[in-house]
Design a protein around this ligand. Structure first.
Ligand SMILES: [Cu+2]
Length: 125
């Protein structure tokens, strides 16, 4: 093998390792809601090609307020759906949209964009 071949091989292996790490091991952002003085659990979520954080932990039985800030105009993210709570909300670009719900049962509830491409979960403990 000459230097170029070695370089190509090493680069290929590094890329493969990165892809494996990215999909299986990289820490996904998880956030716990912050309870305000009124007892509302608030979480700020940035919407830009996905939801960040995309896993949100809240406590059961206390109202939750999700503050979705949509930091893009890509039409993919113009709606957010939380089917288990029968929520479908428009998210205007570059604005914060508040979504309120009351989680009564522990579990994992998905939220998605209108087409089900962007995904996140609300984990109720
Ligand atoms: Cu979408």
């Amino acid at each position: 093998m000459d230097t170029t071949e070695i370089l190509v091989t090493v680069t290929g292996l590094a890329l493969a390792a990165f892809v494996i790490w990215y999909f299986f091991f990289s820490a996904r952002p998880t956030a716990s809601a912050v309870s305000s003085s009124s007892g509302v659990q608030e979480v700020d979520i940035t919407v830009k090609g996905g939801y960040s954080p995309d896993v949100i932990e809240v406590e059961r039985g206390k109202p939750v307020q999700l503050n979705f800030y949509r930091d893009e105009e890509n039409s993919c993210s113009e709606e957010v759906l939380i089917p288990d709570f029968r929520i479908r909300r428009d998210l205007p670009a570059f604005q914060t949209t508040l979504v309120e719900l009351l989680p009564e049962k522990a579990g994992r509830y998905e939220f998605t964009c209108g087409m089900g491409m962007l995904r996140g979960s609300l984990v109720v403990k």
